[in-house]
Design a protein around this ligand. Structure first.
Ligand SMILES: Nc1ncnc2c1ncn2[C@@H]1O[C@H](COP(=O)(O)OP(=O)(O)O)[C@@H](O)[C@H]1O
Ligand SMILES: [Mg+2]
Length: 382
């Protein structure tokens, strides 16, 4: 019995040309040419089920590999970054608005566009961790009963990177064991988005920051900077173009520190409920940070759970009017597919690449891609 390295239900993940093309954003013909020229092994349906036609099928790993190849070939233009990584905090002070969904979908689509993404789960709920294929509650002892190996278990979190960093910043000898490379999960292989997972131990970071002296809001930002020359065990930000923080829904030292590290704050808000207050609180936090540290991340507001039939939306839209310059150019519709995708431990866009929700998130990711490339290539400011 082969033990699996994630919980993802991957049996459906053999894309034919159309689905694969939708994920990479290319036509069937371009994809054929890519797969002929890239020198990357592309499987045939007959490799998986004898008797199936020998048509090309793509695994997620293969598509992510093609995405990196396409960038290396210059088929997708990404200017040299003068400053990287660009940091995004997905944050709004309200639960259930689509933060985690947005973080995970952005990770998938931005990576498909050729950027190298690290998704960092800093929510104790660990939903992003779960969406990427890992069960935060599972312990090592239970693993084999679930037919998974040690890779599928969350053993270290972002706290395992930050706490030794806080110790060193205090000048105290690091008493805890330094974390190894193993903190970084690669659910879709080296060329896919990387994940720093969360389980309940991420809560230790909140405590660590609460006890830290000085400008505790700045520690995540400082860790990211310091990591670029390889001096932070377990993490090196220079391996990435983009870092995405999936934040918890409450005001906390951890999410404030993630926001202080961010170039862009993305606030998903449910259009069928009252999220505008949560948005006002985010704005106030940004203003306070600007006053204290001259840090002013851009705010991007993404309406989610959109349904044209809901009468309340008219009122929501007038409430949103004062934020209209910050609104994303498209919305994410309500879809029952989202909660279902979590049960499969897989982002929806990988499960249903040609679905409406997947194409909406891709459209949003294209908007964010331009912003990220723009910020990265301009440099300065940080
Ligand atoms: N556009 C959407 N339509 C329907 N359900 C959604 C949508 N976006 C997210 N969901 C579902 O709503 C719940 C909360 O979403 P999640 O992304 O976890 O929010 P948050 O991280 O803000 O708490 C999840 O069950 C998720 O699958
Ligand atoms: Mg969440």
């Amino acid at each position: 019995m082969a033990l699996r390295s994630t919980f993802a239900i991957t049996s459906g993940l053999q894309y034919r040309l159309r689905a694969a093309g939708a994920l990479l954003g290319v036509t069937d013909n371009t994809l054929r040419t890519y797969s002929d020229n890239a020198g990357i092994e592309v499987k045939r349906a007959s490799d998986f089920s004898p008797g199936a036609p020998p048509v090309r099928v793509f695994l997620p790993e293969t598509l992510f590999q093609l995405a990196q190849w396409r960038r290396a070939q210059g088929y997708i233009k990404i200017p040299q970054f003068a400053r990287s990584p660009i940091v995004l905090a997905i944050y709004v002070i309200k639960g259930g608005t689509g933060k985690t969904t947005t973080a995970v979908e952005l990770a998938i689509h931005l990576q498909m566009m050729g950027l190298r993404v690290a998704l960092i789960d800093i929510d104790i709920q660990g939903n992003a961790t779960q969406s990427m294929g890992y069960e935060p509650d599972l312990t090592m002892d239970e693993a084999t009963a679930y037919e998974v190996n040690a890779d599928a278990i969350v053993q270290d979190t972002f706290a395992s990177i930050m706490l030794p960093f806080l110790d060193r910043s205090r000048g105290s000898l690091a008493l805890r064991a330094e974390v190894g490379e193993g903190v970084i999960k690669k659910p879709f292989g080296e060329h896919g988005p990387h994940l720093i997972p969360a389980d309940t131990f991420i809560g230790d970071l909140e405590q660590g920051l609460a006890l830290a002296k000085g400008q505790r809001e700045l520690y995540i930002r400082q860790m990211i900077e310091a990591s670029k020359d390889g001096s932070v065990p377990g993490f090196n930000a220079s391996n990435y173009d983009v870092i995405l923080f999936d934040c918890p829904p409450n005001v906390s030292f951890t999410s404030t520190a993630a926001m202080a590290a961010a170039d862009i704050v993305v606030s998903p808000i449910r259009l069928d409920a009252f999220s505008v207050k949560g948005l006002t609180k985010v704005m106030n936090e940004i203003t306070a940070m600007d006053e204290a540290y001259k840090l002013r991340p851009q705010l991007v507001i993404l309406p989610t759970h959109y349904s044209p039939h809901l009468a309340r939306i008219g009122r929501m839209q007038s409430q949103l009017n004062k934020y209209r310059d910050m609104l994303a150019p498209n919305v994410i519709s309500t879809s029952e597919e989202f909660p279902k995708s979590l049960e499969n431990y897989l982002p929806l866009s990988l499960q249903k690449p040609t679905s409406t929700p997947a194409s909406e998130y891709r459209m949003f990711a294209e908007f964010m891609f331009k912003k990220i490339v723009d910020l990265g290539s301009k440099g300065g400011g940080k």
